[in-house]
Design a protein around this ligand. Structure first.
Ligand code: SF4
Length: 365
């Protein structure tokens, strides 16, 4: 059996057993959006998504909470989380985006995030990335900079989870990870507090490896004294790392393209990426490549919404007309252009990001 570990950086290889074992439904509501994220089978599963689909179709109120842990700089995998956030926002979700700085510190080893100060520094850069990608600053918050009702909710959540439950779900009772789970549940549920948007269906997009959090959140929501609507979830494929078999992760910098990467780093990383190419040019011309296993094609699939370009790349690769050298060059140019624009916006967003994470005092810094 494949292990689902919420803190792992291993890629999930076998999606099939997960549907059976965890009772997830396959995602079938592709018609609610014309975004490439919905067209390209990037969403693989859901829990209770019908409530959200109905709210979208009937233009009724629904909420969204998405977040990222401040354990490192954002890479292209995180950009997908944010692209989904922006799409659900466009579909009408009242939205909040969490920068999980407390989670980033308390649930990671000191070798990765040595102090809360470091987590906040990372959080500022993460918030600036989120703003640069298009999330309005008013929707972004940091866990460490929230009003008291949020912390009260997270302590109340602790009353609903026993050590045995935690151990059964996660296989351990690490206190840092317990604290981060309590906050994550508060993140997902706080949007329904009267101080925010009030009771309504809510949606959160996560990777399949985060499903333990989703199951626990739904269970706790039913048992809290707040009359919360049980949250819905959708599960999307992670953009895999540039090498074979890995998830794009900040723990393995050589396999990830970070939003802060220089043009030279982009060239180097994509130049070395695993492809579905053949041993020799002659063989590839004759037999064609395999885009299904190719990391370069995967980057296009997740990040280039141009349908015509994607299908042309696919058929030219299959026919042997396109070789990996040229294809990588296209990918390098595409990513370099995207990051250049992003990095300019990121710089401008830093003062606003500091205000979000550190409070108004930091504005003078
Ligand atoms: Fe991948 Fe492009 Fe090579 Fe095909 S031609 S295997 S899509 S890099």
């Amino acid at each position: 059996m494949e292990n689902i570990n919420a803190w792992s950086s291993e890629a999930i290889k076998d999606y099939e057993h997960i549907f059976e074992e965890f009772g997830l439904s396959r995602f079938s509501n592709t018609e609610i959006s014309d975004s490439h994220l919905f067209r390209r089978e990037i969403i693989v599963a859901e829990r209770d998504f019908s409530k959200i689909a109905e709210a979208i179709k009937k233009r009724q109120k629904f909420l969204q909470l998405t977040g990222i842990a401040s354990s490192g700089d954002l890479h292209l995998g995180h950009k997908t989380d944010i692209d989904f956030y922006l799409e659900f926002r466009r579909l009408g979700a009242k939205s909040r985006f969490c920068i999980a700085d407390i989670d980033g510190y308390v649930s990671r080893p000191d070798s990765k995030v040595p102090s809360m100060k470091t987590a906040k520094e990372i959080a500022v850069r993460n918030a600036a990335d989120a703003i640069a990608l298009g999330i309005p600053p008013s929707e972004i918050y940091a866990q460490s900079n929230m009003p008291r009702e949020y912390y009260q909710l997270s302590f109340e959540i602790s009353k609903k989870i026993t050590n045995n439950m935690f151990e059964a779900i996660y296989g351990h009772t690490d206190l840092g990870k317990i604290s981060s789970v309590l906050l994550q549940i508060a993140d997902i549920l706080h949007v329904q507090l009267p101080q925010y948007y009030g009771r309504a269906p809510s949606i959160t997009g996560i990777g399949l490896d985060q499903d333990p959090h989703a199951r626990l959140t739904r269970d706790v929501a039913r048992r809290l004294d707040y009359n919360f609507e049980v949250p819905s979830f959708f599960y999307f494929r992670h953009l895999s790392g540039l090498k074979e078999g890995s998830k794009m992760s900040s723990s393995a910098p050589d396999t990830a393209i970070f939003l802060k990467d220089s043009p030279e780093e982009v060239e180097k990383k994509i130049g070395r990426a695993f492809t579905g190419g053949r041993e020799s040019v002659e063989e590839q011309r004759k037999k064609g490549g395999n885009p299904e296993v190719c990391k370069v094609y995967e980057i296009f699939k997740f990040h280039n919404p141009d349908e015509r370009f994607l299908s042309q790349t696919y058929s030219d690769c299959r026919s042997g007309k396109l070789l990996c050298g040229e294809c990588k060059k296209n990918c390098i140019e595409f990513i370099k252009g995207m990051l250049k624009e992003h990095q300019e916006k990121h710089k401008q967003a830093i003062p606003e990001a500091k205000r979000i994470v550190l409070g108004s005092k930091s504005l003078s810094e």
